[in-house]
Design a protein around this ligand. Sequence first.
Ligand SMILES: [Zn+2]
Length: 406
Amino acid sequence: MRIRPLFPVLACLSVFLSAAPQDDPRVEIVNLRRYTYSNFTRIVLDMGKLREYTSGQLQDPGRIYVDVLQAKLNPVLQSQSYPVKVEYIGQIRISQKTTSTVRLAVEVDFSRIQSYRVYHLFDPFRLVIDITPRDTKAPPSPTPPDKAFPLTDKTQPPVKREVAPQDPSLAGTSLARQLGLGVRTIVIDPGHGGPRPGTIGKSGLQEKTVNLDVALALQKLLKEKAGIDAILTRESDVDVPLENRTVIANQKRADLFVSIHSNAHRDRKRGGVETFFLNISPDLSVIELAAAENATSTKNIGEMKTILQKIVRNSKIQESRDLAERIQKNLVKALSSDLPSIKNLGVKGGPFWVLIGGEMPSVLVEISHLSNAKEEAKLKTRKYRDLAAQGIYDGIMEYIRSLGKG
Ligand SMILES: [Zn+2]
């Protein structure tokens, strides 16, 4: 019997951080930890540096495996045994599979487990396997949804959902749609924060401030008007690494991810609204914007291309594009009631780092241009910010309603 992972892991994050060639590019895996809770078991592989990995299942005996690429095993780990005192897990083995690949294999009794999940956490980078046995009661929601939560191994187990039926015709659609659950949880990501202000307008208005304010207003609308769990990646003026933002969304089992930004363009006359989903783009102005939002160089965007090609194949592109289109349309409509000249710059694919790794439809909204004096003046006002939140809210609700129609 094959059990699908609850969320097939993207497993495509790769390294372009270590651009400088070194003698041995392999990261050394130095520690394996495991924790048994009343309703699940967590296995953690510490490696410290971002590495690409793949995971899957093997039979006879049943195993869940994770292959870590560009990695070497500290010999001390090779000969160790890792007992776990639960009936649904057998032996855990870790070995140097090839000169550059380390394999972790966890023997499991697939008839006794309900689901498992392979994912990663940052600071320091580590892989996590959560295995949930059958016949345990779903734990209550671990933290109040509006509280920021620490990205540590001590976070509570994810709320369980039934394993999706294996209907091939459903491939590529979101879990929410597969399960007919609609949308329960949305992660809103106010771009930048802390020492990273993002774009700064001529009058000194900082993007991070606008983004957070609109995100808070959107959170309020989603909670109060629609009863949706709306979680912010940051609730104050702090910096959250880009990669962690979708990790938060994945951990919270979010159904949608919406990153909020304010635009900048070399041409200060340029203005308008645009919404992005993750994709490769040949458009130079999109590449420039992505470089700014990614806090990286346009050269690095080029290097992201290969990684992106892999990731894009696994992402919820169609769903993300659909969500982006509905948000874009409603946002332009809402803002034009206060700024009739606002331009609709459309929906585009773009290589935005913050959208990589999300297992749910994910979009990045540039609500208006801070680099444009007229729009900056509007972005200063409560009214315009509330309209921006309202427009995004209307787009999200339109998207949710469309799910019901399948
Ligand atoms: Zn931004």
